[in-house]
Write a protein that binds this ligand. Structure first.
Ligand code: SF4
Length: 296
């Protein structure tokens, strides 16, 4: 079927806000040569997260990804950078921003034997040393199924282990490059096995050609590996070269999905048109930690 351009619905329009907080964060990120997924992935929430909440998601291990997923705006190519000072600079930025909760993600570094796990571990340590009261969430790549690498990260006991499924099973090969639906589930299962009391989290974007039933099946697959937190958001095409949008879900449908998620036993479900993996992440930590501890 030929692709017909769909007009962006009202509920997806966001307000631009480049206030003092926004400018200050931008200046600090550049000053410390740090990258954020907020900017690199063209996140629609940047004006809210940066300007209103003064929060951002750090993207470590450089800004060039070895994969080229069809939904993602991050630059792809062959990275050269491996910067062992980066963990300390992230920790300083967390201190400067006075964050209570921080989210750290990375590009996929398939060129490195451990996929960058050692730098993730060093970043968690550095943040904790400078900011003992800040909770740390890591949104990790799949390390190509290198479970030793996963263990390196889990041994640092992040407050939340986040790894995204991104889409339903039937759309996975089309939407993602190299990542595998089953491997993602396996990673979440193993993370839980390694550290049962650490909440796990995963996200999907919808609007890429999945059915409603398939979204519900995905929830069940995630609960099948004891995943505690799920986030669901609308896929937005970052540029014309990226995957087309198949459907815009309404805010009401997102509310329904939230209920479906809770009915399946997630401790927390964040579901809304503009929800992203790290959107309102600080608010999810406590409820998930309490429920996970209660279920021990
Ligand atoms: S939702 Fe996440 S990625 Fe987007 S601006 Fe907020 S912190 Fe950054």
């Amino acid at each position: 079927m030929p692709y017909e351009h769909k007009r962006k619905p009202e509920w997806l329009k966001t307000k631009i806000n480049v206030n003092h907080n926004y400018r200050e964060l931008k200046k600090m990120m550049r000053g410390k040569t740090l990258h954020t997924v907020c900017e690199e992935a063209k996140c629609p929430n940047i004006h809210e997260c940066w300007a209103v909440h003064r929060t951002a998601t750090f993207m470590i291990l450089g800004d060039i990804c070895t994969r080229a997923c069809r939904f993602c705006a991050v630059k792809t190519g062959l990275p050269t950078e491996l910067d062992w000072q980066e963990p300390e600079r992230v920790a300083e930025a967390v201190e400067q921003m006075k964050l209570k909760h921080t989210v750290v993600t990375s590009v996929a570094r398939d060129d490195l034997a451990d996929g960058g796990a050692a730098i993730f571990a060093a970043t968690i340590r550095a943040i904790r040393e400078r900011n003992p009261f800040t909770s740390v969430e890591v949104l990790i790549p799949d390390f190509q199924g290198n479970w030793e690498a996963l263990k390196t990260v889990m041994d640092e006991r992040p407050d939340i282990l986040n790894h995204n499924l991104e889409t339903v099973r039937s759309r996975s090969d089309r939407v993602r490059s190299k990542a595998k639906y089953e491997r993602t589930l396996e990673l979440l299962r193993r993370a839980k096995e390694m550290q049962p009391d650490i909440p796990t989290k995963s996200s999907i974007m919808i609007g890429v050609g999945e059915t409603w039933e398939e979204i519900l099946e995905t929830m069940e697959d995630l609960r099948g590996v004891n995943c505690n937190i799920m986030t669901i958001g609308q896929y937005l095409q970052p540029t014309k070269k990226h995957l087309n949008i198949d459907k815009y879900y309404t805010p009401k449908e997102f509310v329904k999905l939230r209920k479906e998620g809770f009915a399946r036993g997630f401790d927390h479900v964040e579901s809304g048109p503009l929800v992203r993996s790290s959107y309102h992440a600080h608010e999810q930590v406590k409820s998930a930690q309490q429920s996970t501890a209660a279920g021990q």
